[in-house]
Design a protein around this ligand. Structure first.
Ligand SMILES: [Zn+2]
Length: 434
């Protein structure tokens, strides 16, 4: 894929040698389309501010992004006047669970090709063009991931961890990691959480064994944690990603230092907390057309039922996470201010954590936590790609996939402008979003 231009030039040359000049035009027709998007404000997925720019794509790849006074689109480019729209790389959700649920139920029986693909379409309809599944009941996603290097892609890209490692002993842990590696996963996920004292927490010797086995396979480990002490311990053991907020205590000097020194990436998942308590009563966003467009109305009815609302009111976890949410936000701001790497993540795809809608909500909540919109955009694009080791998405470097979104309004002025979504492009294709 990366060497295609070279390959095609070689092909043209060969055709000329074999059959003479007559075929030159035919060969040029076989070249991928070039499109130049002009009259845009462009945010390129790096740590820089948006600017009046131009984006040029060739087939499913980025060709160039830059200053229109300097860039010259190739002669055969189709010039598309975007009338002042805002263009940025597609949103990356670094912590999702695409395809694991149906309505309020989740589990193995839902995790199949049909459901995973449907959910990936829903994400894409919201401009979320990549999802990293951190925990899923099986390896069905691997095949779907392996099919996405195509210029006909019309859904979000998927990366997978397979099932969360659930082991009681180091030996069991290593065997599960070996199985995941044999299935060619992208990440290993562990959970260090006693569910507010109700279950046994994974022991250090077990997660140390997970991390060691993962590293033998060249895989990195993302850890679900709640408590600061567990975050510190699992970082010291060699994990790479803290996949939720630290929610029990303040992000102090020791934690931040530990994250900095170990090159940790932090995924706050603030909407995960929200989802544990927001359905006690009918949330306002149920009336939001942007929410409704991607949601199954039966599920809404279920969430509006007295029985389900009561279940949320009775939930001890809901009470705890609601109480800790302000601290989770303060911790995000402190960690952001300490220049620790951060990635957007939501835990969406699990029941009542709405794929696509939640990513926009998460950005809003990150903003409420004190982060500037331009930083949030970075964490949702190039920053997330860096955190998750996704090498050819997230910014507008030459040869990266042409996955991008077109907004009516500039989200650096107001983060909620990510919702003014006009177009979604995946692999150089404009896809259906309504
Ligand atoms: Zn999760």
């Amino acid at each position: 894929m990366r060497n295609r231009s070279f390959y095609i030039s070689g092909f043209v040359l060969m055709m000329l040698m074999v059959t003479g000049c007559q075929t030159e035009e035919a060969a040029v027709d076989d070249l991928p389309d070039i499109k130049a998007f002009t009259n845009i404000t462009l945010y390129d997925g790096t740590n820089s501010e948006p600017y009046e720019g131009m984006l040029i794509i060739e087939g499913d790849e980025i060709l160039m992004a830059g200053d229109p006074d300097v860039l010259e689109p190739p002669p055969r480019a189709e010039i598309i006047d975007m009338e002042g729209a805002f263009i940025m790389p597609g949103i990356i959700n670094a912590h999702g669970h695409a395809g694991v649920a149906r309505g309020l139920n989740h589990g193995e029986e839902y995790y199949n090709r049909e459901n995973i693909t449907e959910v990936l379409h829903t994400y894409a309809g919201y401009g979320v063009t990549t999802v990293v599944n951190l925990g899923e009941p099986g390896f069905d996603g691997v095949e779907i991931r392996d099919e996405q290097d195509t210029d006909a892609l019309d859904r979000a890209r998927l990366f997978v961890s397979g099932p969360v490692i659930d082991a009681d002993t180091p030996e069991e842990a290593a065997a599960q990691v070996d199985e995941a590696a044999e299935n060619n996963v992208d990440w290993i996920k562990i959970r260090i959480d006693d569910q507010l004292g109700q279950t046994e927490k994974m022991q250090p010797e077990v997660y140390e064994a997970v991390i060691e086995a993962a590293s033998e396979h060249g895989l990195e480990v993302a850890a679900h944690i709640v408590e600061r002490e567990d975050a510190n311990k699992v970082i010291e053991a060699g994990a790479s990603v803290i996949a939720h907020s630290v929610r029990d205590r303040a992000a102090d000097y020791t934690l931040v230092r530990n994250m900095q020194q170990n090159d940790i990436c932090y995924i706050p998942t603030l909407t995960r907390e929200l989802s544990t308590f927001v359905y006690r009563n009918r949330p306002e966003f149920f009336d939001d057309p942007f929410f409704q467009k991607g949601v199954d109305s039966e599920l809404i009815e279920e969430l509006e039922s007295e029985e389900v609302q009561q279940r949320y009111r009775d939930s001890e976890a809901g009470a705890y996470y609601e109480e800790q949410l302000p601290l989770a936000k303060e911790n995000l701001e402190a960690i952001h201010n300490s220049a620790v790497d951060i990635a957007l993540g939501t835990d969406s795809g699990m029941p009542a954590r709405f794929p696509g809608f939640f990513e926009h909500k998460e950005m809003k909540m990150m903003n409420e936590a004190g982060l500037e919109p331009v930083d949030i955009l970075y964490y949702a694009t190039g920053g997330a790609a860096d955190c998750m080791g996704l090498n050819n998405i997230g910014s507008f470097e030459r040869g990266y996939y042409a996955d991008f979104i077109v907004l009516e309004e500039d989200p650096t002025e107001n983060i909620e402008n990510t919702r003014t979504l006009r177009e979604v492009w995946v692999a150089g294709n404009r896809i259906e979003i309504d």
